[in-house]
Every structure is written in structure tokens, then in C-alpha cells.
Ligand binder design. Structure first.
Ligand code: ADP
Ligand code: MG
Length: 240
């Protein structure tokens, strides 16, 4: 089943009197349960595409069907409702609330969704357990390592049981070893049946996915299966 069906979208930003064509003509389909990496040089349109897929923005032209619903012309409020229910975001810079502990950070999407307090605390606790942070739930971001912060952000993305998880350079602020641990976690999440779309600059990170889409100048240059995807070791001992 296609979760994402994008047909001939373009995104044009108006910067002063100039038009910036961030996406020119992009078509792609992504099925439920796929693990896709998006690669391309800086400025090629990766984040613009992720923002559209994640219902943070709409295309200037073309069609975007998300789970069979045309979202390309939705209002900001309608988009926000879909985003909160269906999309989990993970960012390079973690984007956690600095004054809140891990549990509260993970609870936030459930607060927006109106889930009662006792239910959401339990679900947040389970999500933190799933990412290996059961013993860190009352730590604040500055009491956690970079890898642990990214695990909190991943727990926050998972807690609503979203239809897709979007990760924009999730290992970009981490050292190689910690980045590998985070990729092992994404692999577990994928093996549980989740749909993951990941932006990365690094070929070896992209090869964790089963499909790589290469973008250049707002166009898809290549879209192909990874023949020998890199499957990380089960991540038992090291909790970064
Ligand atoms: P990438 O994530 O691949 O580095 P982006 O999608 O961020 O690329 O950007 C693609 C192009 O669109 C770039 O030329 C960038 O400067 C431009 N762009 C991105 N976002 C905006 C915006 N909000 N306003 C104007 N131009 C933008
Ligand atoms: Mg970007």
C-alpha cells in the first residue's frame, strides 16, 4: 500500500523579486514499511521535500496524496492535525525542550493530541524504554549525552505511533560510533514495521536503508534499491 504518492510537485520560494525553484518536478511513491534514504548536495531540495512529506508545507504545484488523502491544498490547521497524528520527526539538532525532562519531552505530542495524563505518561515511559532510556526518564537534555538526546527525540517521534518517521540528518551532530548506535536503533524501528524516511549526506548512513533517492537541483536524479543494505548489529550493550 502506498502511504505517500507524490506526482509532479514543484516548490518555488519567492525571495524578494527572485524565484527560488527548490523542487522542480518530483514524483515518487513510498509504501508502508519502506526504509528510504534521501541524498543530495546542500541546497538540492532535500529539506523542502521532507517538509512537504511531513505536512509542514505544501507544494506550489502538483499533487501530494498521504494515505489516500490529497493534502497538497490543505489549510495550515488541517495539515497540523495530520502532522500531529501521523508524522514523527527527528532532527539533526534534537529540538528538545531544555527545561523539561525526557518524560515530558516525549509526552508533548500526546498532550497536543489530548491524551489523558495517566495514559500519556505510561506511553511516554514505554517509548523511552524502547529506545533504551528507561533509567533516564527524569533527566533533562543537558544531563544527557548527544546520543541520549537523540534517543529522547526518537522516543518522542514514536510515541504517537505515526504512519511515517521523518529524520533529517539524525546523525549529523553525533560522532561516528554514536551515529552507528542511532542507526542500529532506526534499524530496530524499521524491523518492527515502521516506515522511515531519512535524509543524510553520508553514503554509509544511506546504505542502512533499502532504497536511496538522490536529488540534485530540485529533481530526482536516481531512485534505486540498495542491493546489500547495511544491517547493524543488535544494539544490546552500548547505550550512548
Ligand atoms: P537541502 O536540504 O537539500 O540543503 P533545501 O530544501 O533546504 O535544500 O533548499 C533548497 C533550495 O531552496 C535552496 O536554494 C534554499 O536556499 C532554498 N530555500 C529553502 N527554504 C527556503 C525558504 N524558506 N525560503 C527561501 N528559499 C528557501
Ligand atoms: Mg537540508
Amino acid at each position: 500500500m502506498n502511504i505517500i504518492n507524490i506526482e509532479h510537485i514543484a516548490k518555488i520560494y519567492q525571495v524578494g523579486s527572485e524565484e527560488v525553484h527548490a523542487l522542480r518536478d518530483v514524483s515518487l511513491r513510498i509504501d508502508k514499511g519502506e526504509y528510504v534514504a534521501i541524498m543530495g548536495p546542500s541546497g538540492s531540495g532535500k529539506s523542502t521535500l521532507m517538509n512537504i512529506i511531513g505536512c509542514l508545507d505544501t507544494p506550489t504545484k502538483g499533487l501530494y496524496d498521504f494515505k489516500g488523502v490529497n493534502v497538497s491544498e490543505m489549510s495550515d490547521n488541517e495539515l497540523a492535525a495530520i502532522r500531529n497524528r501521523e508524522i514523527g520527526f527527528v532532527f539533526q539538532t534534537f529540538n528538545l525542550l531544555p527545561r523539561s525532562d525526557a518524560l515530558h519531552n516525549v509526552e508533548l505530542p500526546l498532550i497536543y493530541a489530548g491524551v489523558p495524563a495517566h495514559v500519556r505518561k505510561e506511553r511516554a515511559r514505554l517509548a523511552l524504554e524502547q529506545v533504551g532510556l528507561a533509567d533516564r526518564i527524569h533527566h533533562k537534555p543537558n544531563e544527557l549525552s548527544g546520543g541520549q538526546r537523540q534517543r529522547v527525540a526518537i522516543a518522542r517521534a514514536l510515541v504517537t505511533d505515526p504512519a511515517i518517521i521523518l529524520a533529517d540528518e539524525p546523525t549529523g551532530n553525533l560522532d561516528t560510533k554514536t551515529g552507528e548506535d542511532i542507526m542500529a536503533l532506526f534499524n530496530e524501528i524499521y524491523e518492527q514495521g515502521n516506515t522511515i524516511i531519512l535524509v543524510t549526506h553520508e553514503e554509509y548512513i544511506a546504505e542502512h536503508a533499502e532504497r536511496i533517492i538522490r536529488i540534485r537541483d530540485g529533481l530526482i536524479e536516481k531512485d534505486e534499491k540498495v542491493l546489500n543494505r547495511y544491517v547493524p548489529q543488535k544494539n544490546g550493550a552500548s547505550k550512548t
